[in-house]
Design a protein around this ligand. Structure first.
Ligand SMILES: [Zn+2]
Length: 363
């Protein structure tokens, strides 16, 4: 199935979009698998898009069976210091040390792996405080690398090409990057530098500037939007795809997610009290709690185990603690996006998003 055949099936409210295959979160891969999950556990997840990164692929072959694949160079959820890039090479830190990646080498990977989507090479920055000259240079380099990646794509390739949009804090450059990228024969776009934004409000401004010049019919992926509140605001501005870094990061902290969107109201919402987005499974209040984490959740953790057992696993630092909470968190995240899609179909997204803001405390 070719993912490049994106279509917007409905735009229920001005500014809101609902793609046939969009509005969901890509799973993030490390060394061939979703973090903490073995292949049998990974198959419990709803099939979707698995993001695979060249910095891991340099030592690990693709080990994907059930998902569509998105190939990019750098995992946005891992700490990273952008090395100065030469005109002809992207420098990235891998398990084998710093490696240089030319467009020819990267497109060799793309042409060999034939992912459903590949993200063109782009020059990344270390934060919003880079000099104006460096930011401008990164936009120019990225457009040149985009052209080179498109030129090197095999003529018969069915892989959809996504352009990397950048420009950091400079609105004019963000607009230039998006406008110039949209003129190329690409199938979608990636906003890859949003986690450098100094505040949630500024991140939304960056999103707005980058999305304004883009054609409505092509999907937009935003990496590392940090929490469900911000995801809803990004959806309202026209972002179609996200990644699963939030539920994975929460699982690493021992936080089991507990939120629903739209008509799937939780008992706590009936009280009118704002409630937390997660349970901290390190908290002794769960020591003797023999109820499931969430009686309505179909995941392995909720259907087989109690909160007391999950607390015990966290206290004894058992590997199974991460496995179960990761499975649960990814299930909650998947249901969150399914509920958003349903809300967009019904045409009550704006009302439900406001209710979500009221129902859950900000992280
Ligand atoms: Zn669950």
């Amino acid at each position: 199935m070719a993912l490049c055949q994106f279509q917007l099936c409905k735009i229920p409210e001005v500014g809101l979009r609902l793609g046939v295959l969009t509005l969901s979160a890509t799973q993030l891969e490390r060394r061939g698998l979703v973090p903490h999950l073995t292949p049998d556990n990974e198959e419990r997840l709803t099939p979707g898009i698995l993001a695979v990164f060249a910095e891991h692929l340099m030592r690990q072959m693709l080990n994907n069976r059930i998902n569509w694949t998105l190939l990019d160079i750098r995992d946005p959820a891992l700490p990273h210091v952008a090395a100065p890039h030469a005109n002809k090479f992207y420098r990235t830190e891998t398990m084998g040390g710093i490696r240089q990646l030319s467009p020819a080498k990267y497109m060799g990977m793309v042409n060999q792996c034939q992912p459903e989507i590949f993200v063109a090479m782009a020059e990344d920055l270390n934060g919003p405080d880079e000099t104006e000259a460096r930011i401008k240079k990164s936009v120019v380099h990225s457009l040149a690398w985009l052209d080179e990646c498109l030129r090197l794509r095999q003529p018969a390739s069915t892989s959809a090409a996504f352009a990397n949009l950048n420009g950091s804090r400079l609105t004019d450059l963000r607009i230039q990057s998006a406008t110039e990228s949209a003129r190329r024969p690409v199938d979608g776009f990636v906003l890859n530098d949003l986690y450098h934004a100094p505040s949630a409000e500024m991140q939304l401004d960056w999103i707005t500037a980058s999305l304004a010049p883009l054609p409505a019919a092509k999907p937009r992926l935003a990496y590392r939007i940090e929490d469900p509140h911000q995801i809803l605001r990004a959806v309202a501005r026209g972002v179609d795809l996200f990644d699963a870094s939030y539920p994975l990061a929460q699982a690493d902290r021992g936080h089991a997610l507990d939120f629903t969107f739209g008509s799937e109201a939780t008992p706590s919402s009936a009280t009118g009290q704002a409630t937390s987005l997660h349970h901290d499974m390190n908290d002794p209040i769960y020591k003797s709690d023999l109820t499931p984490l969430d009686a309505a959740c179909p995941c392995l953790a909720c259907t087989r185990y109690t909160r007391a057992y999950l607390y015990h696993l966290h206290m004894t630092k058992e590997m199974l603690a991460r496995v179960l909470v990761t499975l649960h968190n990814l299930t909650v995240f998947d249901r969150f996006f399914a509920a958003i899609r349903a809300s967009l179909h019904r045409g009550d997204f704006t009302k439900e998003a406001a209710e979500f803001e009221r129902r859950y405390t900000l992280p």
